[in-house]
Design a binder for this molecule. Structure first.
Ligand code: AVI
Length: 326
């Protein structure tokens, strides 16, 4: 691969490009909402690292169990495509889990380039530094920006087969319909025979799920409230963060686990010369973390134009990495 391609590819427009209109639109809506993709500024990245280390937040450990202890099975499923490929990871974060797969692939002498995509340039720098140390033989091309724009960039860079990873239960941060459109969007950017590996958090004891998003130390609360601090800093707003509180709910029937910020009083907030009125106890929806049954996953795969090749679960059967082919 051309050495220049190993530099980080950046989007030309800055992150605030969509941040401001998204926030203004979300807070003008009824009921109010804010997109969770903006959680991840520098403080948000650090708080999310803390969430992943919490005993209650089982998702990371479950998927890590798959990547640490079932990497052979993952490699076998991926090797189905039988030729050199680009391994593209959407929302790669610090690549903590995927590094086990990368190591296994390197040990088997597989010819591939790792292309981590993330909206956070900060976390991509951490990833690159870690992987350069841990896996010096790895060919890596970080792509900073929105998933589809970077996926288009990645597919434009080479004609090789593609294996796309979407781990960590990130698919759950979309409403069900949106998840279908998203998977279909990936499918439309791939060719027959390409693969998509998606991590799904499975429906389980509702108390286990609720505890993962309602930790007693309040880390998840700080993570969610940090979005208001980010809006204050980047969009010249005057949220009084102490006037809002984190609220979490889980509906075991639909599998929707939702987080809200609750306004603790009647208050006005100014953002870029606009005034937003919040009533006492008014909710701002900030995140969905959808949980899935096996049937939900099968339906999603079929509806978005894939067929399921194999499914690998952790030892508790709480999480599944589902491997789909176009
Ligand atoms: C990134 N995503 C999969 C996390 C989740 O579980 O929905 C984000 C998160 N929000 C609160 N805790 C973790």
């Amino acid at each position: 691969m051309n050495i220049q391609l190993k530099q980080k590819v950046q989007l030309s427009d800055d992150d605030t490009g969509s941040f401001r209109p998204d926030v203004l639109e979300g807070l003008s809506a009824e009921p109010k909402k804010l997109p969770s993709k903006y959680f991840y500024d520098k403080t948000g990245d650090r708080l999310f690292q803390q969430i992943m280390a919490m005993p209650e937040y089982y998702l990371t450990q479950c998927e890590l169990d798959i990547f640490q202890n079932k990497a052979e099975e993952l490699v076998k499923a991926i090797s189905n495509i039988n030729e050199s490929f680009d391994l593209i990871e959407l929302g790669a974060g610090d690549a903590m889990k995927s590094s086990y797969l990368l190591q296994n692939l390197l040990e088997k002498g597989t010819d591939f380039t790792y292309m981590p995509i993330d909206i956070s340039g900060n976390i991509l720098s951490v990833l690159q530094e870690n992987l350069n140390k841990k896996l010096p033989g790895l060919e890596i091309l970080p792509l900073e920006g929105e998933y589809f724009e970077m996926l288009d960039k990645a597919t434009g860079l080479s004609k090789r087969k593609k294996v796309v990873l979407f781990l960590g239960g990130n698919i759950g941060n979309m409403e069900v319909e949106e998840a279908g459109q998203f998977c279909n969007g990936i499918k439309n950017r791939l060719n027959p025979g390409d693969l998509l590996l998606v991590g799904f958090d499975l429906k389980k004891n509702p108390n286990t799920i609720l505890a993962a998003y309602n930790d007693p130390a309040g880390i998840t609360a700080s993570f969610n409230l940090n979005l208001l601090t980010r809006i204050n800093r980047e969009l010249d707003a005057d949220f009084k963060v102490e006037n809002f509180e984190h609220y979490q709910m889980y509906d075991p029937v639909s599998g929707a686990c939702r987080s809200f910020l609750v306004s603790l009083c009647d208050q006005d907030v100014h953002i870029s010369k606009q005034v937003f009125r919040f009533k006492e106890n008014e909710l701002v929806s900030v995140e969905i973390s959808q949980k899935f049954s096996q049937q939900d996953i099968r339906q999603l795969a079929v509806d978005s134009g894939f067929h399921i090749l194999s499914e690998i679960k952790d030892s508790k059967n709480w999480f599944v990495d589902s491997i789909w082919m176009v």
